[in-house]
Design a protein around this ligand. Sequence first.
Ligand code: ZN
Length: 287
Amino acid sequence: MKIVRYEDTNGAKLGAVKGEGVVELTRRFPSLSDNTIELITQWASLKPNVERLIMESAPDAALAEVHVLAPVARPGKVMAIGLNYADHIKESGQEPPRHQVWFTKAVTSINGPYDPIELPIASTYVDYEAELVVIIGQRCKHVHKDRAAEVIFGYCAGNDVSVRDWQLRTPQWVLGKSFDTHAPIGPWIVTADELGNPHTMGIRCFVNGERRQHSNTENLVFNVYDQIAHLSQAMTLEPGDLIFTGTPGGVGGAMQPPQWLKAGDKVRVEIDRIGAIEAAMRPERAS
Ligand code: ZN
């Protein structure tokens, strides 16, 4: 199943994708409003009803006619792993890390899948990172890797947009990873049961149609389950938390000469069995 958050003239809603259309959930389950975390929390009881609804109902709207929003508006936290594909480690001039390298992206960096991404006033060194994003399905701690699949609600595509000068001029990457609009996600959540094995998917990034990144999630150094096992030793993971799982080689900053994103550039991230997000770069407006 694909869960989508979107808005029409009546405001933001949750829905389920059916073909090229969306079956509205909010109208049938008003207590959910457009809160994906609430849907995830209630999923065990909701799921059979939603499945039946999708089978029995015609779409309420065409996806092309609504504004598709970030599938989780305000996650409790956004964790992201660095240096997690061998070719990206190499192009970054780093040694393979002995320990998983984690940072956070501020929750205010969340952006819709097709909404413009800001080129910040503070930098011109803006880069893309195509990533598989995991959405956590239940509150958990100390999850064994053999059971990590059980705590995953689903997956979406993400772009870990990175401001390289801010990221790399200090030991902590968090500021360079946390600019507003720099965590576009979507276009929807594919539930874990529908997606199956998350380690067999092609992942690509295009800038203005030119393919810059091209890999497969089978190449993750620390796979999705390793990541959940490791993170959950330190922190409680909660429904709706996001995990950016790392980017393959081909980032703009590692090209010769470096190719930073410019106003008007169109950046597309696509992942097999999930779909694509695509957005234009736009200068931040002074406020
Ligand atoms: Zn990244």
